[in-house]
Write a protein that binds this ligand. Structure first.
Ligand code: NAD
Ligand code: ZN
Length: 353
């Protein structure tokens, strides 16, 4: 199929382009090369045509969609951002951009959409209270975090909770601007699907890491912070007590999930955007990640600082059974192998200034 990959010059998008081409598809990249993501012109993977353009530009989108069978929408401003002042930029890029793209697809008769979703739509993950079963803790309070009380207590009785795996039917609870824009993208895709009879899946990536990850900026992931510190000969600085749980999924597995979803898409319900968790299935703590990277890089051991970021959730780990079942996708890269490779892998250079 001829597949338009928006954001195809980015970290995950470029791996998707490579994976699509390897499967005999014809990827076409539309990317605005945002300065925050690209300090210098990136290499576009071999085998892909490239258009330098913005998904908010209806004319660009119309031209890019010519002859296209499916769209893989990765373009977005990513990361936690720096609070509310950049909210207009996030909403513009992520939600206005998605709306313009979807309107163009409706007009061009393109009915297949793969959307880059995110685990951030869930907020805090799934927790069990011995007394109250599955509960949903509210946002953590600065006063608790300052006192080193990182674990969210049961909202009903205050007892300690057991973290579990979050499935796609968990209620959504976006806790920052970026998360709100990622959830809105899914709602927009659902509206497009209902109006056009199109098919969409939202692949809710968990923590994606691997070669080509951007260096540490406010927009990068934790694996990149650790990796960049080690590259400077410094100890990775681990926030909270290091016991916060995440699902680290390798970028080639995230790319393979897109290829698998494209193959399975015509068998998914028409008129809906179906979400899937894309995680490795083996939860790890952030402290474990730091230790594994430090050891593989032969660098200084991590330090646990007790610092925190107010927008962060404590635990969020994926139940990816639905993607394995419906998309016939199985992650291939085990944590130890992926982290060992990543410890010395190439990173994308930081933006100048
Ligand atoms: N990296 C992760 O762990 C992770 C986790 C969950 C979800 N995601 C999602 O995956 C997608 C890809 O993220 P990434 O980590 O590869 O980020 P990235 O910044 O490396 O790539 C995003 C690309 O989109 C382009 N872009 C941004 N806005 C655009 C616009 N308006 N028009 C055209 N191009 C635009 C950028 O130039 C960049 O090349 C995003 O949608 C992100 O929300 C990533
Ligand atoms: Zn309770």
């Amino acid at each position: 199929m001829r597949v338009l990959v928006t954001g195809g010059a980015g970290f995950i998008g470029s791996h998707i382009v490579t994976a699509l081409a390897a499967e005999g598809h014809e990827p076409l990249v539309l990317d605005a090369l945002l300065p925050a993501a690209h300090p210098r012109t990136p290499e576009i993977p071999a085998g892909a045509a490239f258009r330098h353009g913005d998904v908010r530009d209806a004319e660009e989108v119309r031209a890019a969609l010519r002859g296209v069978d499916a769209v893989c929408h990765q373009a977005a401003m990513v990361g936690l951002g720096s609070g509310v002042h950049d909210a207009p930029a996030y909403v513009s890029c992520n939600d206005l951009g998605t709306a313009v793209l979807l309107a163009g697809m409706a007009e061009a008769g393109v009915r297949r959409l793969l959307l880059a979703g995110s685990m951030v739509v869930y907020g805090e993950g799934r927790y069990e209270c011995a007394e109250h079963g599955t509960v949903r803790p509210g946002p953590r309070r600065a006063v608790d975090l300052d006192a080193g009380r990182f674990e969210p207590p049961c909202p009903r009785c205050g007892a300690p909770l057991l973290p579990g795996l979050v499935a796609e039917d968990a209620p959504t609870d976006p806790r920052n601007v970026y998360a709100a824009t990622k959830l809105a993208q899914e709602h927009l895709a659902g509206s497009w699907a209902r109006a056009t009879g199109g098919r969409a899946v939202a692949l809710r990536y968990h923590n994606v890491y691997g070669p080509g990850m951007p260096r540490d900026t406010p927009y990068a992931g934790v694996a990149s912070f650790f990796r960049s510190a080690l590259a400077r000969g410094e100890a990775p600085r681990v926030y909270e007590d290091g016991r916060q749980r995440r699902d680290f999924v390798h970028v080639t597995d995230a790319a393979a999930a897109n290829v698998a979803a494209l193959a399975a898409l015509d068998g998914r319900p028409a008129g809906a955007c179906t979400p899937y968790n894309i995680g490795s299935g083996s939860p790890r703590t952030v402290g474990e990640l730091a230790a594994a990277l430090a050891s593989a890089a032969g660098g200084p051991s991590p330090v646990t600082t007790g610092e925190y970021r107010l927008g962060d959730v404590r635990h969020i780990t994926a139940d990816s059974a639905a993607a394995r079942r419906d998309l016939a996708w199985t992650p291939q890269v085990a944590f130890a192998a992926g982290v060992t490779e990543f410890a010395t892998a190439r990173l994308r250079e930081p933006a100048a200034g």
